[in-house]
Design a protein around this ligand. Structure first.
Ligand code: PEP
Length: 251
């Protein structure tokens, strides 16, 4: 099971370090069968990453990645820092798609570059617009753009984050999430139906907390969660970790 923590731009560097230290003391060696990935802001990535250097259960990632190996881009993390300090990268978060106009093409380009330098992309997708013929047309288009740019042996992660569930305190209906997870797995399977393709985990994100997490963990096709607000304090994130690490809460 994956638990991803998107700290966005919510914490100062001091508070990011404090939160990471507290998690380090309270998590390492205590929980098993979970992959925790912390996504601090760019200023805090190095410190948080060095803190968890030897702890394989906790990895650190960037909240966005460089666009191209030779593209000069003001505001972007450098390719060398990216490859050195990040194990994962969040790409295509709805906030970036909506506020910055990031396109599927840009997201796919960033994902391909991340894979080239050994960073695993976590690609955020949303419901998208449907058509009369196919209500999931928009979602599938987001996925297909990625699948077209990434070779079928590469590993990545998909995070389904419906826009109206992000930061609202109102999570999506678990039945709908299960249905969408099925469509995501099917789209990926059809596109990369080769034996050497790794399993692509599908996560749910949007107003997840320790009270509602159980209804998402137990869903068929869901391999973990992406958590925003509830990952910003050690106490609240730890309550989530405890539930995820206890098999009675899923399957
Ligand atoms: C997010 O922004 O990726 C997110 C999941 O936020 P929240 O948990 O606060 O809805």
């Amino acid at each position: 099971m994956y638990i991803l923590a998107n700290w966005k731009n919510s914490l100062s560097s001091e508070n990011s370090k404090r939160l990471a230290e507290s998690l380090h003391t309270r998590i390492i060696g205590k929980y098993f069968n979970i992959n925790i990935v912390l996504f601090p802001d760019n200023i805090s990535i190095e410190a948080v990453s060095l803190m968890f250097d030897s702890a394989s259960m906790v990895r650190v990632g960037a909240q966005d990645g460089p666009l191209g190996p030779k593209t000069t881009l003001t505001g972007s993390i450098s390719l060398s820092n990216f490859g050195k300090f990040c194990a994962y990268v969040l790409l295509g978060h709805s906030e970036r798609r909506m506020l910055l106009g990031e396109t599927d093409e840009m997201i796919a380009q960033k994902a391909a570059l991340a894979i080239d330098v050994g960073v695993i992309p976590v690609i955020c997708v949303n419901k998208g617009d449907g058509t009369k013929i196919d209500p999931h047309f928009g979602l599938k288009a987001q996925l297909e753009s990625i699948l077209d740019h990434i070779d079928s042996k590469s590993k990545f992660v998909i995070a389904y984050e419906p826009i109206d569930a992000i930061g609202t305190g109102i999570p999506a209906d678990p039945e709908e999430v299960k249905n969408i997870a099925g469509i995501i797995h099917e789209t990926i399977f059809i596109s990369r139906n080769v034996k050497s393709s790794p399993y692509i985990p599908v996560l749910y994100g949007g107003s997840v907390n320790d009270k509602n997490i159980k209804s998402f963990l137990s869903l068929e096709g869901i391999d973990g969660v992406l958590v925003g607000s509830a990952s910003l304090t050690a106490d609240s994130f730890l309550r989530i970790i405890k539930k995820v690490s206890d098999p009675k809460h899923y399957k």
